[in-house]
Design a protein around this ligand. Structure first.
Ligand SMILES: [Zn+2]
Ligand SMILES: [Zn+2]
Length: 232
């Protein structure tokens, strides 16, 4: 299959023929239909995040399942699916048990430890896939698996209540989705609780994580923290 390979840190992407992967336990093989690109692809190309090279990036991958491993029962050939940037975590460390899988030191990230979506085919862990409704196009769905997932996570952590209001800092690639999600959530809350407003401070949840106990964290966490400090 053809794939966009990043051979080494800071090198240009190269379209190469690489072996087509075969699904192992708990995996599905997905024929890619769309693979979003965001600025994290630049960070990953420049080696700002730990992980092996060569890399096949692409952490906003969507497509149609072409094959499933024999032990997979929840997905089938022909399903329209996508996957976010966590392929798997250990499920045993303190972060996993707190429900903060993104800090798991053993996390396998899409496009890092696991091959990403900038290729004709990609392996996804079956339990890391999400079914895409037929009325949502692949192109529309792809970026939801990074930008949309990120802002939804912020809203979910903030747990806005029906009487509260939402503040979204920066209306860019992520922020415009946060506004739409918050509006949709407020509409749902309004129906349920007779209130038309909700409040969320997505950055608050991120800040509180820096005061967590000093236990082993994902290399990603450290990279994000260090990048945030150098970027001011
Ligand atoms: Zn873990
Ligand atoms: Zn992204």
């Amino acid at each position: 299959m053809k794939a966009a390979v990043v051979p080494a840190v800071s090198s240009s992407w190269q379209i190469k023929d690489v072996p087509q992967p075969q699904p192992g336990p708990n995996q599905v093989l997905v024929k890619m239909h769309a693979s979003g690109i965001c600025y994290t692809d630049v960070h990953l190309t420049l080696g700002h995040f730990p992980g092996p090279f060569p890399r096949i990036l692409g952490h906003e991958p969507v497509g149609e399942i072409a094959a499933v491993a024999p032990d997979v029962t929840t997905r089938q050939v022909g399903d329209r699916v996508g996957s976010a940037w966590i392929q798997s975590t250990c499920g045993r460390c303190e972060w996993c048990q707190r429900g903060r899988r993104m800090f798991c030191p053993y996390m396998k990230g899409t496009g890092i430890e696991a091959q990403g979506g900038h290729a004709e085919y990609m392996l996804m862990n079956a339990d890391a896939t999400y079914l895409i409704p037929d009325e949502v196009s692949y192109e529309q769905a792809a970026t939801i698996f990074c930008a949309g997932y990120t802002v939804y996570s912020g809203l979910r952590w903030a747990d806005p209540q029906p009487h509260e209001r939402v503040a979204v800092l920066g209306i860019g690639g992520l922020g415009h989705l946060a506004v739409q999600y918050a509006k949709a959530a407020a509409a749902i809350s309004a129906r349920m609780k007779s209130s038309a407003t909700a409040r969320a401070l997505p950055l608050q949840a991120v800040r509180t994580s820096s005061s967590a106990p000093p236990i082993r964290r994902s290399p990603w966490w450290t990279a994000f923290r260090d990048y945030g400090q150098t970027a001011g």
